[in-house]
Design a protein around this ligand. Sequence first.
Ligand code: SAM
Length: 253
Amino acid sequence: MRFHVVTIFPDFFGSILEHGLLKRALAAGEIEIRIHDLREFTDDPHRTVDDRPFGGGPGMVFKPEPIFRAVEQIRADSADPSWPVILLSPQGRLLTQAVAEELARHRGLILICGRYEGVDERVATHLTSDELSIGDYVLSGGELAAAVVMECVTRLVPGVLGNEESAQQDSFGEGQAILDCPHYTRPAEFRGLKVPEVLLSGNHREISRWRRRQSLEKTWRRRPELLAGLSLTAEERAMLEEMERARVTPAPR
Ligand code: SAM
């Protein structure tokens, strides 16, 4: 997987690439990340990337020319024309685990980070293949959003996690939008707080049943809207019915 990121703040990505998963995946050659300074694609002495909005109003807007040039150059140098060109934008489709899985099927992604009031609309309509939002809130720039996309897609690149199972068991794993079960580690008792007995039992069937029930219950309490999309076994349906019957009122988070 190769990521190309177009940004006016190339240094922003320094520490993100020097820690944890992205660092390991880069070192192992499982991913490549190329950061492109948008100002390198300007043609004036001031390296201007933005201008005032037509029609007036506050703020500045990224000009189309440097972004078009950047993407055309990246494509000419190293990118397959079929790779998605993604504009990070609060107006884009929401990044979910399912979208991350879809993106991870590509060999590369070109990510464009906006700033200020945003990006000239012709970039969205005539250059990019997708617009992605990381949530219904507004950031000052697309860099954090690009980092989020790279991190969650990298986790899905085969071989990166080592233990493939752990990605599948995460919340939203296995194509199932269900929250992960609680996890515990040593000590078995901490300040009087005990780990659930079943996890110490060694009974793997019971442990797996307990985990599934916990996942369902967490989802039922916190994200009940997700349950509609699940394909449940008869046993799981019975578990949910039992929760409903017990009238466990959804607790505050
Ligand atoms: N005026 C724009 C609007 O209301 O849609 C917001 C522009 S925002 C201040 C500047 C840049 O930050 C955007 O062009 C985009 O690249 C990035 N950005 C902000 N929020 C984002 C989000 N939720 N997801 C992805 N990118 C975001």
